[in-house]
Design a protein around this ligand. Structure first.
Ligand code: PLP
Length: 463
């Protein structure tokens, strides 16, 4: 088989600024070993997130010029609305400025103290908005999804038996919504099978619980269904997408992911009464229902991006990118999550830096090492992000210590990815020189964004 090439030509470029090792040492020190505190210009390859970092197409940029900025009833809104109706089959479309705004509105309406929102895995903003409403968020992920080293085709699936048991325990009347995240971002970008969606739908029908989809990566998920679920081998992705949404009562979406936009989101749904309540909140927090916190030009770019993302040449290249990087790393013995997710590659920092105890944040230490060695910016998903303290002030460890390398859409070429692999392998071969970190400042909530750290004294490691 020949190389799967980038299915685009480059019309406009922006420079990468190079730094030396000596410069990066100072930058990292000045940023307190926290990649969120490094200036973007000081980064060579930026894999912090795939959110809002996509390259837009020439068609999207042309759409930006066509954007209709009328306050009410703009052409761009009707283009946006019709595109989403056509793709999802959901009749009511409410624009928002990004995914979490959709979540804030939806859960303010349906969440309340004593209620449970059930999911395969809730993304952190989704959970935060559920909890802000007083409700509790419940993750019921399948067993294979919890083990990074064990390959399985659909590690994002929901545990249907656990869902049924949970309903029996808490009562269907206390579960206003089940929301399935496709692909499962917090669980490594792993897909959910159509079979699983059908089973979850059947349980929801049985107990009259509405089912929504967190649709941020719907196209990537549906391409995995095509590759891995025999029944869909010859089905076009747009038809798989149509079937996926046919089981849903609604969805929330961040257009910063699979719509190739730099900002935007929406809620789409069938229930007119729920839509009315959402729109009432929208008007207070986001704006009039035909723009919802966005400019007309954004609505236009999103509508075009949503169609482009279902191009199978694009999806093949997209999924191949993470697979390619994972293969190279695995071949060099680097501990990496398998199989690759859709939007990111995850390193297992606990195995990578097994000389650093979890109390010294091996994930963050690896993030720092990748920046030092090659100017690569990545993100810790481990005990710095999720860790809590017990009543004695001891760290309660996260389930896993991962480092996420999120791949922006259409931004980097194969040689950029080759460079990333080379840097990671070099760091792996010199891993014993990497020191653990300690926190010197932290905020009371979401500490990873602003935390300050320093290297621990090397001698402590052997005490
Ligand atoms: C990014 C994301 C969100 C939130 O979207 P924002 O646009 O960042 O507010 C919600 N769910 C999932 C699965 C996401 O990846």
């Amino acid at each position: 088989m020949k190389t799967i090439i980038e299915p685009f030509k480059i019309k406009s470029v922006e420079p990468i600024y190079f730094t030396t090792l000596e410069q990066r040492k100072k930058i990292l020190f000045d940023a307190f070993y926290n990649p969120f505190l490094i200036k973007a210009q000081d980064v060579i390859i930026d894999l912090l997130t795939d959110s809002g970092t996509s390259a837009m197409s020439s068609a999207q940029w042309a759409g930006i010029m066509l954007g209709d900025e009328s306050y009410a009833g703009s052409n761009s809104f009707f283009h946006f609305e019709k595109t989403i109706q056509d793709i999802t089959g959901l009749p009511i479309v409410i624009p928002t400025h990004q995914g979490r705004a959709s979540e804030k509105i939806l859960f303010s309406v349906i969440g309340a103290l004593g209620k449970y929102i059930v999911s395969n895995t809730l993304f952190d903003t989704t959970r935060a908005n559920i909890e802000a409403s007083g409700a509790q968020g419940i993750d019921l992920l399948c067993a294979e999804g919890k083990i990074p080293s064990t390959p399985a085709p659909f590690k994002g699936n929901m545990d249907v038996d656990a869902f049924r048991n949970f309903i029996k325990e808490k009562g269907a009347e206390n579960i206003p919504l089940c929301i399935v995240t496709v692909t499962n971002n917090s669980g490594g970008g792993q897909p959910v099978s159509m079979q699983n969606i059908r089973e979850v739908r059947a349980v929801c029908d049985e107990y009259k619980i509405p089912m929504f989809i967190d649709a941020c990566r719907f196209a990537e998920n549906c391409y995995f269904i095509k590759l891995r679920e025999k029944e869909f081998e010859h089905v076009p992705v747009h038809a798989i997408v149509g079937e996926l949404f046919s089981y849903a009562d609604g969805c929330t979406m961040s257009a910063k992911k699979d719509a190739f936009a730099n900002i935007g989101g929406f809620i789409a749904l069938r229930n007119e009464e729920l839509a009315m309540q959402c729109r009432n909140l929208l008007i207070i927090t986001e704006g009039f229902p035909t723009y919802g916190g966005l400019a007309g030009r954004d609505l236009e770019a999103i509508a075009i991006g949503l169609k482009e993302v279902m191009d199978e040449n694009y999806l093949q290249y997209r999924i191949r990118t993470t697979e390619y990087l994972t293969e190279k790393l695995a071949a060099a013995g680097v501990p990496v999550m398998q199989p690759a997710g859709g939007h990111a590659v995850y390193l297992d920092a606990k195995a990578f830096l097994n000389h650093i105890p979890v109390t010294q944040y091996p994930g963050q230490a690896l993030v720092a090492a990748l920046y030092l060695a090659g100017g690569i910016r990545s993100c810790e998903i481990g005990s710095l992000m999720f860790g809590k303290y017990d009543e004695n002030g001891n760290l309660v460890e996260a389930m896993m210590e991962l480092v996420r390398l999120a791949i922006p859409r259409r931004v980097y070429t194969q040689s950029h990815i080759d460079y990333v692999a080379e840097v990671i392998i070099e760091v792996y071969n010199n891993r014993h020189q990497i020191k653990g970190l300690e926190v010197t400042y932290e905020a009371p909530a979401l500490r990873h964004f602003t935390a300050r750290l320093k290297e621990v004294d090397f001698l402590f490691l052997y005490n």
